[in-house]
Structure formats: C-alpha cells, structure tokens
Design a protein around this ligand. Structure first.
Ligand SMILES: Cc1cc2nc3c(=O)[nH]c(=O)nc-3n(C[C@H](O)[C@H](O)[C@H](O)COP(=O)(O)O)c2cc1C
Length: 370
C-alpha cells in the first residue's frame, strides 16, 4: 500500500477524461507497419491491445496530413481508411481495458519528396538541411533535403491539418492526441534556434519560437478539448541533428503559453535531471510525464523513484513495451522481462510486433468474469 505522499507507478491517475489504471505510459514508437496509403494493418489492433495493461498507450508517430509524412510505413490520420483502421485499434484497446492517445507527428525537414504528394514540399521553419541521411519511399538512404521555408499561409494550413487530424482521431474513438514537439521534427524545429532562423513572429525570441507549438496546441484543443491533448518535448535534445542546448528560455516560454489552456499532460524527455525539468514541472498545471529513456532499459527501479519522489506524475517506457506486452503485470509481480530485438523494430509484418508473448494470463476483464 502506498502512502499518498509516496505514490507508486501502480497507483491510478485521472488524466483529462480518462481514468488510468496505473501511471505507466507506453511511449510512442514508430513501427513502420502501415501500407503505402498510411493505413495500419488489422494486426496493429492486436499489437496495441496486447499492451493495454499500460495506464496509457501513446501510439507511434502518425502524420496529420499527407505532406507531413517522413518515413516509409508510418500511419496517417487524415483519410477515411486510416480513420477506420484507428477505430479498430481504439476498440481493441478499450475492450482490453486500456486507454490510448494518438501521437501526431509532422516530420518537417526530416523527410523526403518520395513520401509526400507531388504538389507538396519538404518544409521547415527555415531552409536548413539536417546533416544526416533520410530514408526514401523505396528504402534507400540519401542526404536530407534542404527544406522549403514555410510562409504564413503554409503555417496556417499545418495548424488546420493538426486540428482536423485530432478531430478524426477522436472520432475514431481514440482517447486523445499527443503533439510531437520533440526529437527534431517540425514542431521541435520551430522551438530550436538552430533550425528556426526566422525573424518574423515565428522566430527570433523564445516567445516567437514557442508560438507555432502554442498555436497548434490551441487549435487542437479547440477542436477536441484541451483535456484530450498532450504535448511531447525534448529540451536540449540532439536527436535528428538538433542543437537545442542552451534553449531553456524557449521551453519556459512554451510552458507559460500552454499552461492557461490546461492540456491533459506534458510529456518530457530527459536524459539526466536538470533544473529546467524541475522548473517546467513546477510551472505545468496538469499531469507531468517523464521519459528518461535511451539509458539502457527503463526499468522499474529507474522509473519508480521519479513518481515516488514527485519528479513526475507518470512515467513513459518505450522499448521494454515492445518485448513485454504485459510489462506492468511483470513489474507488479516481479516476473522476468524479455529482451527486445532491434532488428524487427522497423520491419514490415507481424514478426517482432505481435509475437512477443505475455508472461502471465491477463487479469479477467469485468465482462469475461462471472
Ligand atoms: C523503435 C522506436 C521508435 C520510436 N518512435 C518514436 C515516435 O514515433 N515518436 C516519439 O516521440 N518517440 C519515438 N521513440 C522514442 C521513444 O518514445 C522513447 O523516448 C525511447 O525509446 C526511450 O525510452 P526507452 O529507453 O524506454 O525505450 C521511438 C523509440 C524507438 C525505440
């Protein structure tokens, strides 16, 4: 039993409109199983339902528009067929007692013309190419393109795309959306001075760099309700050729802009503890979710103190959920954890996706118990 002042990751949490069974979030993970139209296969519903023991699942990054796609095999949430596939996922997760938010990811400059319609362009806040290789639709690696700098109309269009994608996601039965403003994709590109060289109202100061993410969040909150919206950030992150160190003021400005909206949660990636994270945690008015990943596995011993000591309300875990669909039950009962196979993270098909077995028989749902 936990004293209220020392919560555990197994305690429930009220997140927006959702009662979460525990405070362990399955982190968003791209798995590249969708078809060329961005439609998830039927077995994606099995994959997510197998992992419904997480308090909350955040889905793989999902493009809000055809123009926002940057990788082969990522799903979208902008067409009727895609929406139907998400409805199957939502139904399966809910039937298994879980909750699920869809991560909306526009990849910005981390993209390639082969993924997007002929009349669309790879876009970013500024015409600065990432110094890395990107994967084309036929799965070859090529240098990242120089993106086209967005104009005001292009920015407004993307804000609208996010709002209509969120509307579709909720209409499909998903419990909410997470806006991907981390890991070097479009929203993060606006936040960071290395990728945002603008001197108009979208750049040049912390408040201006935060404006695009704030406007997307506001539009999405107006479309589906702020309590159905989470935002993911990675302050100081270097993934995808980002140079975000020393950019703390932008994150403070962002949190100050978002706080009055009271989104459902802020999901922050953190490699090590830092004063900034404690500052953001203190400023943030609702749930604070931490991911301290990529330091080996995010094991119970690593994440439990974050909740117990108040650094976060919830913790998110990535790779362990790939190989342990019943991770929370394993943690709860001290059962061994299976190792993940990196070779099948991004491959097509069911292998390495729906074939990791659960260790335990899942607890009976109310409907199946007699
Ligand atoms: C296969 C894979 C795909 C990922 N895809 C995404 C993604 O689509 N969106 C995102 O925000 N993070 C993505 N991440 C990062 C994870 O959400 C998480 O932050 C990372 O795996 C570290 O947590 P862990 O050490 O518990 O795995 C991905 C990570 C992995 C391993």
């Amino acid at each position: 039993m936990s004293a209220p002042d020392h919560p555990t990751v197994f305690d429930p949490w009220e997140l927006g409109r959702c009662e979460l069974a525990n405070r362990v979030v399955m982190a968003p993970m791209t798995r590249n199983r969708a078809d060329d139209d961005g439609v998830l296969p039927d077995y994606a519903a099995t994959y997510y339902a197998q992992r419904a023991g997480a308090g909350l699942i955040v889905t793989e990054g999902t493009q809000p528009s055809a123009a926002g796609k940057g990788y082969p095999g990522t799903p979208g949430v902008h067409s009727d067929d895609q929406e139907r596939a998400w409805a199957r996922v939502a139904d399966a997760v809910h039937a298994a007692g879980g909750r699920i938010f869809c991560q909306l990811m526009h990849t910005g400059r981390i993209g390639h013309q082969s993924h997007i319609p002929a009349d669309a362009r790879v876009v970013a806040p500024s015409a600065v190419a990432a110094n890395l290789e990107v994967e084309t639709a036929d799965r070859t690696m090529v240098p990242a393109p120089v993106p086209v700098e967005l104009d005001d109309a292009g920015i407004a269009r993307i804000v609208e795309d996010f709002a209509s994608a969120a509307t579709r996601a909720v209409r499909a039965g998903l419990d909410g959306v997470e806006l991907h403003a981390a890991n070097g994709y479009l929203l993060h590109q606006f936040l960071s001075p290395g990728t945002n060289r603008r001197t108009d109202r979208w750049g040049g100061s912390p408040e201006n760099r935060a404006r695009f993410v704030a406007e997307v969040t506001t539009a999405v909150a107006e479309a589906v309700g702020a309590d159905r919206v989470g935002v993911r950030i990675s302050p100081g992150g270097q993934f995808n050729d980002m140079a975000d160190k020393g950019n703390d003021d932008t994150y403070v400005a962002l949190v100050e802009a978002l706080a009055p909206l009271r989104p459902a949660y802020l999901h922050s990636l953190r490699r090590r503890s830092s004063p900034l994270h404690e500052q953001l945690r203190a400023l943030w008015p609702t749930a604070y979710v931490l991911n301290t990943g990529f330091m080996g596995a995010s094991e119970l011993d690593d994440v439990a103190p974050l909740v117990a000591d108040g650094h976060a309300d919830l913790v998110s875990v990535g790779r362990l959920f790939i190989s342990n669909p019943d991770l929370v039950a394993r943690w709860r009962h001290g059962l061994p954890r299976a190792a993940w196979d990196e070779d099948t993270f991004f491959t097509a098909g069911e292998r390495g996706y729906v074939d990791y077995p659960a260790h335990t028989v899942p607890e009976p749902t109310p409907r199946s118990s007699s």
